[in-house]
Design a protein around this ligand. Sequence first.
Ligand code: NAD
Length: 276
Amino acid sequence: MKYAILNNGIIMPLLGFGVYGLAEGPQCTDTVRYAIEAGYRSIDTASGYDNEASVGQAIRESGVPRDDIFLTTKLGNGDQRSGNVQEAFDISLSRLGLDYVDLYIIHWPCAGYYEKAWLALERIYKSGKARAVGVSNFHPHHIEDIKKAWTITPALNQVEMHPFLTQKPLITFCRENNIAPQAWSPLGGNRPLQERIFANEAIKRLAEKYGKSPAQIVLRWNIELGVITIPKSANPSRIKENFDIFDFELTAEEVADIDALNRDERGGPDPDNFNF
Ligand code: NAD
């Protein structure tokens, strides 16, 4: 495993496990437990995924000490808009059945609300119940807005990123501000976009060269860039496959070849224009 050091000194695995779409109950619990057995030590959930209870149960049942797991959850947009941030956080903790989270982030920048929400996250951080706080889906202008009043710099910004949306300007902006970039939908998320990424000649050529799958090449590209990545799968063999990316390296030129695939193509909504 390789690690990122966040701006408050805490350590986070560069490769984690996303759980969006895993149904609360045995599907989520069994899958997360399997991922932990396979070696993952970072799990990314959200109050909006409706599976926090199962994620917490899987962590408890895994037999791995709580301190060895990095758990992220997110403030939902409804709670951001209603302003009940502390209450929402307490509910997440109680669903998870945990005393603290490693990272708590604002899921989306809801216009008119995220500045206030950020200050509430700072209070949660100061209470010691979240080891780090950050944001998700923030463009530079959203970060500039919270910067006007922040006393704490967000530890991380979780954004859509894959070979067809390389997010170079945003990543540069995050690095300049000491904010760690994290990729969601690192494999392209939805099927048609992912299929086109995996069928791309540059990705296929590297997969052949290293005897790896297209998914492994894409995830290794994240690692080479030092971008924290959280692929999701419900399939045991893919869960293992996505973890098996630490026995090869891409050259700087190969990383640049993947960077060059960018076409600013989003699978998800633009954070300046979403309706949920
Ligand atoms: P992803 O890019 O991780 O792709 C997931 C899909 O790819 C899986 O459903 C599976 O069908 C397929 N897949 C996984 N491994 C594969 C492999 N080795 N070979 C072939 N196919 C494979 O997309 P995602 O789930 O959208 O994103 C990952 C995580 O990011 C989510 O689970 C969630 O935790 C997080 N996320 C956050 C936000 C946000 O707004 N902050 C939005 C979306 C996702």
